[in-house]
Write a protein that binds this ligand. Structure first.
Ligand SMILES: Nc1nc2c(ncn2[C@@H]2O[C@H](COP(=O)(O)OP(=O)(O)OP(=O)(O)O)[C@@H](O)[C@H]2O)c(=O)[nH]1
Length: 428
């Protein structure tokens, strides 16, 4: 069951009567791409901002002591408007901390400590990004699930629930975007260790992270959960602050791994996939096409006389042309195709589910798209052509198809460029 996939807004409210602290926070938070910061210095001003922006506020950062609200009155009022709250204090005793956490605030921060101001900025950024992160809570107890989802909702995560292992596996099938799983150990049917083991057979540590949870058991249990594939373990009952730190750290780690993977698979100049990705993902397309008896096309493209473009417009001008070509090729390809920069001025498309005639048509469409580009580099109009080699017969594998497409491309160049040549059958 999806219980929260709301589209949160982009506006953040800072309520702080110290101009220097408010200015510092607004400047730092304003650097987060997409976030709009509104500042208020009193409860009355805060009311006006909230009422005017209620549907676009995703978080409020509130000072406890305001000239017209000296005892933290701003906190319950803003929360009553459905806006999550992060509290700025000048120090809290245990009772005050308990009172605020019981109200359901996101976090509290000592504003007199500069490093904690950085913590506010990081927390805001985390919450802003969490709208794209789905968390699956797996627990057979309704009340435990309700508690965990209530905590996670404060941090803006998209939430999914499952009451047992089978339901959890079904949720994973349905929701490709799950990045974190909170998994209870003691469940009827399938326990946490078994479920985590099953999940890890299909989903790697770079795809999602898992936090095991349990109220019983010795240190052995946390070791078993970790060995089964959990990234972390939380023992119940826990302090909410610790829960949030562990959840957020695990999500940050997975984001980091994914962004590193993404940059390893991308060509920085054009933003297209690179040759390394093409080799891996193309092999998967090849295997599926062979298994299911569906056609596969490998189209290798090379811009004609590109050297002369560099000579005329310089290397930066040449780079601009390569970026424009990448954008245009992207208009012709489908989402299910792989479009990659294969080398300097060479591009490659691997497309699935195509008959030989459809593959020919695709290759011609790509060639025509580049030919009809109207480029203006340094105020000079420029026209481009490209030569194309196409392979459709599977032969001995993807490498073999690429090799034959390359031979066909060479023929297209030799025959005068600006044309598509189709590779002969393997061994033909
Ligand atoms: N600007 C720019 N140029 C590149 C890049 N990678 C390769 N090139 C240039 O692409 C040109 C390729 O030249 P050649 O292989 O001689 O081929 P061509 O001039 O396109 O001629 P034909 O392929 O025979 O039609 C070289 O001048 C490379 O410097 C790049 O990332 N940026």
């Amino acid at each position: 069951m999806v219980i929260d996939v709301d589209k949160r807004g982009h506006t953040l409210l800072v309520v702080e009567d110290s101009r220097s602290v408010a200015g510092l926070l607004a400047d730092r938070i304003g650097l987060i791409d997409g976030v709009v910061v509104k500042v208020a210095g009193t409860l009355e001003e805060a009311r006006q901002v909230v009422l005017a922006n209620r549907h676009d506020l995703f978080l409020a950062v509130l000072d406890l002591n305001l000239p017209d609200a000296p005892d933290g009155e701003v906190v319950p009022w803003v929360m009553s408007q459905g806006v999550p709250v992060l509290v700025l204090t000048a120090g809290l005793d245990d009772n005050e901390r308990d009172g605020l956490m019981d109200m359901g605030i996101v976090d509290y921060v000592n504003k007199t400590n500069p490093s904690e101001i950085e913590h506010v900025v990081r927390t805001v950024e985390r919450i802003y990004r969490n709208r794209h992160i789905s968390v699956l809570v797996v627990d057979d107890s309704n009340s435990a699930r309700a508690y965990l989802t209530e905590l996670l909702r404060r941090y803006g995560y998209r939430l999914l629930e499952a009451r047992d292992g089978a339901a959890a596996l079904a949720q994973l099938e349905r929701h490709e975007d799950i990045r974190l799983i909170l998994c209870d150990q003691n469940m009827p049917g399938m326990d946490g260790v078994t479920l985590i083991g099953r999940i890890r057979q299909r989903y790697s540590r770079s795809h999602l992270c898992i936090i095991g949870m349990s109220s019983y058991g010795s240190g052995m249990l946390s070791a078993r959960l970790l060995k089964a594939g959990a990234n972390d373990f939380i023992k119940r009952p826990f302090l909410e602050e610790e829960f949030f730190v562990r959840v957020n750290q695990n999500v940050e780690l997975i984001e980091l791994i994914r962004s590193m993977e993404e940059s390893a698979n991308r060509d920085p100049l054009t933003g297209l996939h690179n040759r390394r990705y093409l080799a891996e993902a193309g092999q998967m397309l090849f295997d599926t096409a062979l298994r299911e008896g569906k056609g596969l096309a490998v189209v290798l493209m090379d811009l004609d006389h590109f050297k002369s473009i560099n000579d005329r417009f310089g290397h930066f001008g040449g780079d601009e042309v390569l970026r424009a070509v990448a954008r245009h090729l992207g208009k012709v390809t489908r989402k299910s195709d792989i479009l990659a920069r294969y080398g300097g001025e060479e591009f490659c498309v691997v497309a699935q589910n195509l008959s030989v005639d459809e593959a020919r048509l695709l290759a011609e469409k790509l060639r025509n798209e580049v030919k009809s580009m109207q480029l203006n580099i340094k105020d000079a109009a420029l026209r481009l052509t490209m030569s194309v080699g196409l392979a459709t017969a599977p032969g001995r594998g993807l490498e073999d198809m690429l090799h034959r497409a390359d031979e066909a491309l060479y023929e297209a160049k030799s025959a005068g460029r600006d044309q598509v040549r189709i590779a002969s059958e393997p061994g033909g």
